[in-house]
Structures are given as C-alpha cells and as structure tokens.
Design a protein around this ligand. Structure first.
Ligand code: HEC
Ligand code: HEC
Ligand code: HEC
Ligand code: HEC
Length: 469
C-alpha cells in the first residue's frame, strides 16, 4: 500500500520560514508548493464493507465503490486526503451474540480496505465507543489508520487514539479533529474539547481545521451555534432514515457538511488557501482572487459504479471465509419445550394447502435464500436470520443445521406448524399475522419502506387470504 500524502511540500515550507525570506508581514507565509488541496469525506460505514442491499435505499455505497470513486479523483488530484467520520466498526446492533469471530474478521477486512484506499484518518462513533475500551484496544491499533478522537481523555484512550492530527496535503496544513457524543468511559464534553483543540491547532499554524463528528445533525448544529473556531464540520453519526442535504450550511465562521451513511455518498472539498478566513463558494460561482475559499460537491456512490478490484477481492475473501469461521463457532438451538411445535418446512404445508401454491410461487419470500446465494452470504450471521425460517428458534434452523428451512417460508409468518400438520385443525395454527411478526425482519434497518397494510396486501392474493377466482 502506498501512502499518498506527501510531506515534500512541508519540507519546502519550513525551509522558507527558516531563511526568513517572507515578502510581507502576512501571517500566512508564502508557499513553495501549491495552495490547493482536495479532501474527500465519507461516513458511517458502521462495519459494513457493503450495505446489505435489502431496500432500494440501501443499494448504494460500500467501500469497494467508494474506493473506485477515490481512485478516480486521485487521477487528477493524486494526494487527495480521504477522511471517514461517524460510526466505523459496528452499528447499533454492536456485536451479535455468537458473531464475535465473524466481527473480528470483518474489522480486519475493513482495515485492509481502508488501507488500500489510502485513508488519511478516521474517527469513532457512539456505537464504537459503547463497545468499551477493552474491545477497542484489541482492534484500533491494528487498523493501520490514524484514529482521531478529540474528546477522549485518559491514558488508555491516549494509547489508541490521537486528539488531533495535522496532515500536509499538497502544501496545505489540514488540522483534523474527531468528536463523539459525551457518553462512555473517558469521553468528555465535545464543545470544550473542540475549543481547546482548535486553539492548539491554530497555534501549530494549520490552514484549515476539519472536524470529523459523529454527533448526528441536531447535536452538531447545537454545538456550532455556540461558536467554534473551526472551518469545516462533517456531521456524521446519522441514521439510515436521515434526509441528507448536499447544502453547505454556515454557522459563524464554520461550515457544516453531511453525507449519506455507509459510503452512500462521498463529499469532495476543493480548498484554496489565501487570505482571511475560509469562504464557501458554489461550484458555478466565480472564484475569489486572493481569499481562502472552498467548493463542495456530494457525489452519489451508486451500485452502477465499478468496484475497486483490490477492495472487492478483500471483500470476497471475507465472504468466502465465513463458512469456516461460523461453522467452527459452534452454537446450538434453544431446546424445544414439551408440547411445543417445531418447524416442518413449506413442502409439508403444501401437501394440504395446494390452494396457496400459486401465491407461494410468486412470493418474493420464496427467493429470499437465493438472494443470499447470489451474494455469497449464506454463511453470514448478519444475513441468514431474516432470509431463513425459524432461525435460532426452538425446533428451527441454525447455520450448522439448516434442515429444509432456507428462505422465508409459511412458518416464518404463521409460526411453527408440526402440531397443526398432524391434527389439521384450524385452532392449531395462527391465521392472522400481526405486524409484530413482520417487523422482526422488516425492521427500519433492513426494510426502510415497510408499511404493514401495504406490505400485507401484497401477500394476500387469490388462494392466500383471498378467494380463488
Ligand atoms: C433484520 C432482517 C434482515 C437481515 C439481517 C438481512 N436482511 Fe436482507 N432483507 C430483509 C427484508 C425484510 C427484505 C425485504 C425488504 C423490503 O422489500 O422492504 C430484504 C431484502 C434483501 C435484498 C433485496 C432482494 C431483492 O429482491 O431486491 C437483498 C439483496 C438482501 N436482503 C440481502 C441481504 C444481505 C446480503 C444481508 C446480510 C448482509 C441481509 N440481507 C440481512 C431482511 C433482512
Ligand atoms: C394434514 C393437512 C395439513 C397440513 C400438513 C397443514 N395444514 Fe394448515 N390447515 C389444514 C386444515 C384442514 C385447515 C382448516 C381449514 C379450514 O378450517 O377451512 C388448515 C388451516 C390453516 C390455516 C388457517 C387457520 C385458521 O385459523 O383459519 C393456516 C394459516 C394454515 N393452515 C397454515 C398451515 C401451515 C403454515 C402449514 C405448514 C406448517 C400447514 N397449514 C400444514 C390442513 C393442513
Ligand atoms: C423471517 C423474516 C421475514 C418475515 C417474518 C417477514 N418477511 Fe417479508 N421479506 C423478508 C425478506 C428476506 C424479503 C426479501 C426477499 C428477497 O427478495 O430476497 C421479504 C420481502 C417481502 C415483500 C416483498 C417486497 C418487495 O420488494 O416486493 C413483501 C410484500 C413482504 N416481505 C411482506 C411481509 C409481510 C406483510 C410480513 C408479515 C405479515 C412479512 N413480510 C414477514 C423477510 C421476512
Ligand atoms: C409473509 C407472511 C406470510 C407467509 C410467508 C405466508 N403467509 Fe399465509 N397468511 C399471511 C397473512 C397475513 C394471512 C391473512 C391473515 C388474516 O386474514 O388476517 C395469511 C393467511 C393464510 C391462510 C388463510 C387463508 C384464507 O383465505 O383463509 C392460510 C391457509 C395460509 N395463510 C397458509 C399459508 C401457507 C401454506 C404458506 C406457505 C406456502 C403461507 N401461508 C405463507 C401471511 C403469510
């Protein structure tokens, strides 16, 4: 892997200062190298190398395509600095029980990907911090990427993160901070920490201060309204449902930017350092002659973009190792209680309910497992539970013994049916399927557009909840 951030300019810069050949009393010394820098921002990967793709809203982003975009930008701006804000290693579910080995391997794959991408710095989010220092201490040092977290205090944090970072991008000194919400061991007030750090960074002569924040939009705005001497504030730590704006909002001297989670968008800052404090200039507007300014664009990372081959192969190795990793991590089903029904599979149901056959043959649930086969995800603990029947339930399926319960079958909605298949009584099975059953899978994280009545109407067709014509 090659680090693309050069320090040659920094050397030239200090020589100039040393020889005292400044032309004016300006605080901004003359530069030997350029006064322009490009900075790329993406956010909230949340450990996912690629979003699951369950809903159309989730069919974008992923490190393979972000990497493609970054490589493309670096064709004309070879030293463009890539920064990540928001939750990095895990999402709101943290580490699922039994998935510890998978997550460890996933973090390793993410670290490889970030390195291939030449990521300049990352910060953490609240979900990362909640994992606790014991967990982070095992993972952050091996990331191979500087982790910047400004509002974390104490010797243990100091071992794994740095409070600030100064990166020289084509002669422009960029000061980087990272902020998380004030929660968790050693995490301090973000406003106070940011004020202190910005004084230090200014004293160190940086041209621009960028904050990678994981505070979410509302908290970010509240902080900025209190006044901060920073230039650019990347508000990450947002939810899936957040409506991300490509507008640059100004708060005093600071500018607030956003981007969609999981690399769904990459923001590009083109910075020109001149006199005075930084101004935002729209793409179509004329550039100022002497003053400092930046332009900003937010680029969608659609799945029509090609995948970066090296990153794609990191992801493919991860997927192909999951079988061995997860079959080794032996887990068992909870035991079946006396008189409790177990899952029998759709073929048994169809023996008596052939009226539902035409429904079943056109139901998307029938191909839910094929979806995972196509993506090589049939051994991914973060996928199988919702694309199979009775997963992890008494008398149901588990990776080491899927039985005939692949895909989302009748019993996912009607409940386990062994007793009903024996007695063939209406009373022994549940006809109605309440919303609470659907949302075990159709949750906001995976089914962003779920509406019970609408979705139910799609599964109630002649032969299944409607009379056969
Ligand atoms: C919490 C349950 C859940 C988990 C976990 C889950 N899915 Fe899904 N998946 C769904 C649901 C529900 C849908 C249908 C969403 C809709 O149409 O609203 C879906 C749909 C999909 C689709 C779209 C299929 C199509 O026909 O377009 C893909 C692809 C997919 N999932 C892949 C995955 C992968 C890969 C993973 C693991 C990384 C995963 N899913 C994990 C519940 C889940
Ligand atoms: C041995 C035959 C048989 C098998 C196997 C069978 N059923 Fe039934 N099922 C019936 C009969 C008979 C009824 C009652 C029909 C009626 O009253 O109109 C019924 C009714 C139902 C009802 C409606 C219950 C109600 O309260 O109205 C559902 C839902 C149902 N079955 C689902 C399933 C599912 C799911 C499976 C597979 C796990 C299954 N059945 C397997 C024979 C069977
Ligand atoms: C065990 C998990 C699970 C449960 C429970 C579940 N679903 Fe699904 N559902 C899925 C998955 C997974 C898909 C996507 C399958 C695919 O294409 O890969 C899906 C797809 C759908 C679709 C098709 C969406 C589209 O894009 O056309 C509808 C409609 C739907 N579900 C309705 C429901 C309703 C209504 C309920 C409750 C009555 C329900 N589902 C319960 C997992 C589930
Ligand atoms: C996505 C969830 C879902 C799946 C999968 C599903 N059902 Fe249903 N089923 C429903 C809902 C919802 C109803 C309507 C309940 C009501 O009337 O309130 C229903 C109704 C029924 C009924 C009663 C129909 C009637 O007209 O009286 C039967 C029988 C039945 N389902 C059998 C099956 C069988 C067999 C399968 C598998 C081949 C299956 N269901 C798969 C959700 C599902």
């Amino acid at each position: 892997m090659s680090r693309r951030i050069t320090n040659i300019a920094a050397v030239a810069f200090s020589i100039l200062l040393g020889s005292g050949c400044q032309q004016s009393a300006s605080l901004k010394p003359q530069r030997a190298a350029s006064d322009r820098a490009s900075i790329l921002l993406f956010s909230d990967v949340r450990g996912a190398l690629k979003p699951c793709g369950c809903s159309p809203d989730l069919q974008r982003g992923g490190v393979d395509r972000v990497a493609h975009y970054v490589a493309d930008v670096r064709r004309s701006a070879p030293n463009a600095l890539l920064l990540h804000a928001g939750n990095l290693l895990v999402d709101e579910d943290g580490v699922l029980p039994g998935a510890e080995a998978q997550i460890t391997r996933r973090v390793q794959a993410l670290s490889e990907a970030l390195q291939i991408m030449g990521t300049g710095a990352v910060t953490l989010g609240a979900y990362d911090v909640i994992q606790g220092l014991d967990w982070l201490e095992k993972r952050l040092p091996s990331l191979g990427i500087p982790v910047v977290l400004t509002n974390a205090e104490g010797p243990r944090w100091a071992q794994v993160v740095r409070r600030t970072l100064i990166v020289n991008v084509d002669g422009v000194k960029v000061g980087v901070m990272g902020l998380v919400p004030e929660r968790g061991e050693g995490i301090t007030n973000p406003l106070e920490a940011a004020r202190r750090a910005s004084l230090e960074l200014r004293a160190a002569g940086v041209d621009t201060i960028i904050v990678l924040s994981s505070l979410g939009l509302r908290k970010a705005k509240r902080l900025l309204r209190k006044g901060l001497d920073i230039d650019i504030f990347h508000a990450a730590g947002q939810d899936m449902k957040a409506l991300v704006s490509d507008e640059v909002e100004s708060f005093g001297k600071s500018y607030l930017l956003q981007s969609f989670i999981q690399g769904g968008q990459v923001g590009r800052i083109d910075l020109t350092v001149g006199e005075g404090s930084l101004a935002y200039v729209e793409t179509t507007a004329v550039a100022p002659k002497r003053s400092s300014y930046f332009r900003y664009g937010l680029y969608p990372i659609g799945w029509d973009l090609p995948q970066h081959p090296e990153v794609a192969s990191v992801m493919a190795s991860y997927d192909s190792e999951l079988k061995a990793i997860n079959l080794n991590a032996s887990s068992t089903l909870p035991p079946l209680a006396d008189g409790q029904a177990h899952y029998v599979g759709v073929e048994t149901c169809l023996e008596c309910h052939d009226e539902t056959l035409s429904y079943w043959n056109h139901d998307k649930h029938k191909t839910a497992w094929d979806t995972l086969v196509r993506d090589n995800k049939t051994y991914d603990l973060e996928c199988v539970g919702c694309h199979a029947t009775g997963y992890g339930k008494p008398g149901g399926s588990i990776l080491s013994d899927m039985k005939n319960l692949q895909t989302v079958q009748c019993e996912s909605c009607h409940g386990p049916g062994s007793l009903h298949a024996e007695d063939a009584e209406a009373e022994s099975i549940s006809r109605s399927v309440p919303e609470s059953v659907c949302v075990t899978c159709h949750n906001p994280k995976h089914s962003t557009r779920f509406e019970y009545e609408l979705y139910k109407s799609r599964v109630l067709v002649p032969g299944h909840g409607k009379p056969l014509e």
